[in-house]
Design a protein around this ligand. Structure first.
Ligand code: 5GP
Length: 120
């Protein structure tokens, strides 16, 4: 699979500081910030700092340090946001996954019962 990263996507602009964000956590390898259109009381997006388009792109091509750093950021967001009662992590990819922003991001949703995984 060929991945052609577009560095004009909105999350690339956030990473470059060209667009503001509401940061929850930042490390060398990841940035976590609040979704502009939250679908739950907690709705945080965790993104890698490298140019990866989707979860499968990141899992295939990111270095071990990037992958460990990303997952450490997920753990830190869960700790900071107090998701003990539960949460959902969602990674949309490409057309059928209805991905809007072509920079890999993991949605962390929590703060209420989230119901069935998919609308039927
Ligand atoms: P996707 O459909 O690609 O999985 O999700 C993209 C998410 O990014 C959406 O939930 C949308 O609300 C969020 N989003 C889009 N533009 C911005 C922005 O400029 N700032 C923030 N914080 N979130 C954004």
């Amino acid at each position: 699979m060929q991945f052609d990263y577009d560095d004009q996507n909105i999350f690339a602009k956030i990473l470059r500081g060209e667009i503001p964000n509401n940061t929850v956590f930042e490390s060398d390898h990841a940035l976590a910030f609040r979704d502009i259109n939250p679908q739950a009381p907690v709705h945080v997006l965790v993104i890698p700092k490298g140019p990866y388009m989707t979860l499968d792109h990141f899992a295939r091509d990111a270095s071990a340090d990037e992958q460990v750093g990303f997952m450490a950021a997920v753990a830190e967001v869960c700790r900071l946001e107090g998701v003990e009662p539960g949460f959902r992590a969602v990674a949309n990819a490409r057309e059928d996954g209805v991905q809007d922003v072509p920079h890999y991001h993991l949605h962390i949703l929590a703060g209420r019962n989230l119901g069935p995984m998919l609308a039927r």
